[in-house]
Write a protein that binds this ligand. Structure first.
Ligand code: PXP
Length: 251
């Protein structure tokens, strides 16, 4: 059973603020280094087709200077595949992308695009990149991810974070079940999107989830108390929830 739960800090929105003025400040690479010092196990960055936040130069600098693994979020396009193969990040998370969306709104429809994704993922895996599929916690999608040869799935927690009351319980149950299906299929399971201090613990308590990727909330919270403190608090909440869950399991 997994004791360790990794935290990947997504630094996209440091770049969003930088790009609002067009200069170099604030630098997402500086934020990435600070995140590592505060306890991040990895750095996540989404290079969008429209480059609305992270830039090609950011990826170049992250690869050169950050001491923890980079998880490159990318749409499954030919351009992004070329970039991934050039940089060879530790991991690549394939996400759906629509230009008009404010953020990644849903999971990738792996089930309907298996023919296209199988060779696409195979090329990245052959290059030594750990490929994950960002999908809804849906059995059909998880099975499809396994069928196309992806070793990792990242379950979308957005609907869970947005829901309230019984609806949130329902969404949580879907993620718990999805994580179990993934584990039974031998897939490594990650989770992320929309997580904050109030929503992280039940996800961190799912023993088969080994990595959480969290960005927007942490960067927003940094305005009030600093990035270091926001990451340390998130880390503590995650670790406590995981330890409690494992304690309850072995009791
Ligand atoms: N995981 C994936 C695959 C994402 O696309 C994102 C958003 O870029 C995140 C995690 C992090 O989401 P948030 O910024 O809402 O924490």
């Amino acid at each position: 059973m997994n004791i360790a739960l990794r935290l990947g800090v997504n630094i996209d929105h440091v770049a969003t603020i930088r790009n609002a003025r067009g200069g170099p400040h604030p630098d997402p690479v500086r934020a990435a280094k600070l995140a590592v010092d505060a306890g991040a196990d990895g750095i996540t960055a989404h290079l969008r087709e429209d480059r609305r936040h992270i830039s090609d130069d950011d990826i170049e600098r992250l690869m050169k200077t950050v001491t923890r693994p980079l998880n490159l979020e990318m749409a499954p396009t030919a351009e992004m595949q070329r970039i991934a193969l050039r940089h060879k990040p530790h991991a690549a998370c394939l996400v759906p992308e629509r230009r008009e969306e404010r953020t990644t709104e849903g999971g990738l429809n792996v089930h309907n695009t298996q023919n296209i994704l199988t060779p696409y993922v195979g090329t990245l895996v052959d290059a030594g990149i750990r490929v994950s599929m960002f999908i809804e916690p849906d059995e059909k999608q998880i099975m499809a991810a396994r069928n196309i040869g992806a070793p990792v799935v990242e379950l979308h927690t957005g609907a869970y974070c947005l829901a309230e009351g019984r609806d949130r319980e329902y969404e949580l149950a879907r993620i718990v079940e999805g994580a179990q299906i993934a584990a039974d299929l031998g897939l490594e399971c990650h989770a992320g999107h929309g997580l904050g201090f109030d929503t992280v613990a039940p996800i961190a308590a799912i023993p088969s989830v080994v990595e959480l990727n969290i960005g927007h909330f942490l960067i927003g919270e940094a305005i009030f108390g600093g990035l270091d403190s926001a990451i340390r608090r998130m880390r503590a909440l995650m670790d406590r929830a995981r330890a409690d869950a494992l304690g309850a399991e072995s009791a």
